[in-house]
Design a protein around this ligand. Structure first.
Ligand code: AMP
Ligand code: ZN
Length: 667
């Protein structure tokens, strides 16, 4: 078999497995086997770049950065939907339809997915572009980001599809993925996202598609648009789309008349919480496309479709008390303790009150009867007070002024919604939370030490901050409850072993507010050592790629605190990595600063990956295709002839591997 066929077969195989997994939900091979095949393909593509393909399964990992999303005009406008809120509204709609259409009218009933609308264009069975709805006429092209979503097919199955068409759908963030994403944010000291819908649409506008790839987004499709489609009904179009490889939810149903439509609505009003994603209603569409055409559009929406919005699920219950929680970063969250009540299939005992403004806005008081609603949030929220039930003697809620854990007066920064306990070194949940963060998997990952043990060590006065971990001795911990000889030994060894954890993870572990894993990496790479980072000014910090004012301010604040600086000095004394290692450092320079470089072909001394890393380490930028902006083409063996011609035409400097290595002074 020649290489090209091998590559194409692998791609085809991976497309099929991807479809089985993400669309049919019935994988045929293990994740491991899938990863191995993908890796194999990646290697072949690296080795034979002439067979590159923008729709290869390897493109899913992302990495393309879009600074400005291009405004793109839709081939066919994206309409909005008329809304109805009652059965009567729907009946009226039916009467209007029947005035125009004499024959029998059937309907397709679908769920109304609550996410961000998207239009995907396919040409010759290949994914071409993705554009947001925008104002309906034109939207933003977000192709690189959408490509990372595994349920979006990059190549279609079979051959029955139109030559070019648009398919519309909704990109949603299922509950499970949303909860996981938020857990990570809280872990990083960031405020959790409010709901899956906004998070899904926000994700589409991230600049770095590798970040989008990390978000468990799902693309659900519901409408095919184009010319010469050779499709007769809406229901048929859904089945076809499913066969071509799109994720079209099976919940869609054909209804012969209004009674069947209403039955569908009733069923899903009750069962919608069993779905893995949010829906906020049902969309009813005239099934016959010929009839749809006769009915036409208003300026805003089609006359042949109607959305029915579910009423948000609500219950009322007694607010027994308001309590306040203190997080690792000192942020205070007010929590409503409710008389347990059934809501959307679960028992609800607590609801979030967000912050002081929210309490004031709702005017909630202990002893009130409140309406609780469950939307996309994991924790339900209080939406209003039932004032008819209020005790006339009740008093407005006074937001606490002192920390419930350490009694320190709370602070609230200008423009921030949350109150903070500033006593970061004396407030137990902050002390414990900070150390728990320090030892967590993505930070120091200390073997043999868990969150519970940290809390115990603090309570027993054995440690007060993370630096204290490094002077713990076996004898200190042995007396602790349930601490055997062996586990004490493992604990101490685990702590000592963490001294070799690389700088970027130590930096993340310090728990600087807003400095999550990715930001820590960026800062470590840019500043190279904690000393340089410590002396960086606000102005300096915001110059770094992707570091905004909020992060810069937080970093400056952190280092201006003497306690933090002392703690870092101690970590240095104990031998932790507070700078990028010698090895990494000596291999970095600015020699290729501001240069855009394309590599092509196979190399003799280094692998393609190594050359790409060298370019980055020396401040250059790797791109995959040659353009006017390309400064150098590093040409290896077997380079595609078309690349060479293009480089020559654009007068791009072509250099050999040896010349490249000489440029950066590497043997
Ligand atoms: P609205 O934003 O309330 O005007 O509702 C219209 C939007 O509902 C459309 O732009 C779609 O993004 C979305 N939608 C969700 N599910 C469906 C569906 N099954 N059929 C049509 N539109 C849907
Ligand atoms: Zn406190």
């Amino acid at each position: 078999m020649d290489i090209q066929t091998e590559i194409e077969n692998l791609r085809q195989e991976l497309h099929e497995h991807n479809y089985n997994y993400y669309v049919l939900d019935s994988p045929e091979i293990s994740d491991y086997d899938f990863d191995m095949k993908l890796k194999k393909l990646q290697e072949l593509e690296d080795q034979y770049p002439e067979y590159r393909d923008a729709n290869s399964p390897t493109m899913r990992v992302g990495g393309e950065v879009t600074k400005n999303f291009k405004t793109t005009v839709h081939d066919f406008p994206m309409y909005s939907l008329s809304n109805s809120y009652s059965k009567e509204d729907l009946e009226d709609w039916y009467v209007r339809i029947k005035k125009n259409i004499e024959e029998e009218v059937n309907f397709t009933c679908e769920l109304k997915y609550d996410g961000a609308s998207i239009s995907l264009t396919y040409e010759n069975g290949e994914f071409l572009r993705a554009v947001t709805r925008g104002d309906g006429t034109q939207g933003d092209e977000v192709t690189n980001n959408v490509k990372t979503i595994p349920s979006v097919p990059l190549k279609l199955n079979g051959d029955g599809f139109p030559k070019r068409f648009d398919i519309r759908g909704e990109i949603v963030l299922p509950h499970e993925g949303f909860a996981k994403l938020n857990a990570e944010r809280v872990e990083n000291g960031e405020e959790p996202y409010a709901n899956p819908r906004n998070t899904a649409s926000g994700s589409l506008k991230l600049q770095d598609s590798a970040e989008v790839a990390k978000r468990p987004l799902l693309c659900l499709l519901y409408n095919i648009t184009g010319e010469n489609l050779k499709i007769e009904t809406q229901f048929e179009s859904l089945e076809k789309a499913r066969n071509w490889g799109f994720n079209v939810p099976k919940e869609a149903k054909l209804a012969k008349n209004m009674d069947e439509v209403l039955a569908y609505i009733n069923y899903w009003d009750e069962h919608r919480h069993d779905l893995p994603y949010e829906t906020d209603g049902v969309v009813v569409k005239v099934n016959n496309l010929q009839q749809q055409e006769e009915l036409g559009h208003t300026a805003k929406s089609p006359r042949w479709a109607m959305a029915y919005k579910f009423k948000a699920e609500q219950v009322s219950t007694l607010l027994e008390s308001i309590s306040y929680q203190v997080g690792r970063t000192g942020a205070i969250t007010p929590v409503a303790n409710l008389k347990p009540v059934q809501l959307a299939g679960t028992t609800v005992k607590r609801a979030s009150l967000h912050n002081a403004d929210q309490i004031e806005k709702l005017d909630v008081r202990e002893g009130d009867t409140v309406f609780v609603e469950k939307g996309g949030e994991i924790i339900p929220k209080i939406i209003a007070v039932d004032f008819t039930q209020r005790d006339p003697d009740s008093e407005p809620t006074n937001y606490i002024e002192n920390c419930p854990e350490c009694d320190t007066p709370l602070e609230r920064k200008e423009g921030e919604a949350l109150h903070f306990c500033p006593n970061s070194d004396g407030c137990p949940p902050q002390i414990i939370g900070r150390i728990q963060h320090f030892i967590s998997r993505k930070a120091m990952d200390i073997e043999g030490l868990g969150g519970e043990t940290v809390a115990l060590l603090v309570r027993e006065d054995l440690i007060e901050d993370y630096a204290d971990l490094y002077i713990l001795k076996k004898e200190d911990v042995l007396p602790l409850e349930r601490m055997a000889e062996k586990s004490a030994e493992n604990l101490i060894n685990g702590i000592q072993a963490s001294k070799s954890v690389p700088f970027e993870r130590v930096l993340f572990g310090l728990g600087i507010r807003y400095v999550g894993e990715t930001v820590a990496k960026k800062l470590a790479k840019h500043y190279k050592s904690i000393d340089v980072l410590e002396s960086a000014s606000f102005e300096d910090l915001i110059e770094v790629d992707e570091i905004g004012e909020r992060i810069a301010r937080s970093v400056v604040d952190f280092f201006s605190d003497e306690t933090n600086r002392n703690r870092i000095d101690r970590l240095r004394d104990y031998g932790l990595q507070l700078e990028i290692s010698e090895d990494e450092l000596t291999n970095q320079s600015e020699k290729l600063k501001d240069l855009t470089i394309v590599i092509s072909g196979v190399f003799e001394k280094k692998s393609r990956k190594e050359i790409q890393k060298l370019i980055e380490d020396h401040g250059g930028k790797n791109t995959s295709s040659i353009s006017k902006k390309t400064d150098y083409l590093v040409a290896g063996e077997n380079m595609g002839p078309s690349k060479l011609t293009k480089a020559e035409n654009l007068e791009v400097q072509i250099i050999s591997e040896t010349e490249f290595l000489e440029m950066i002074g590497v043997e």
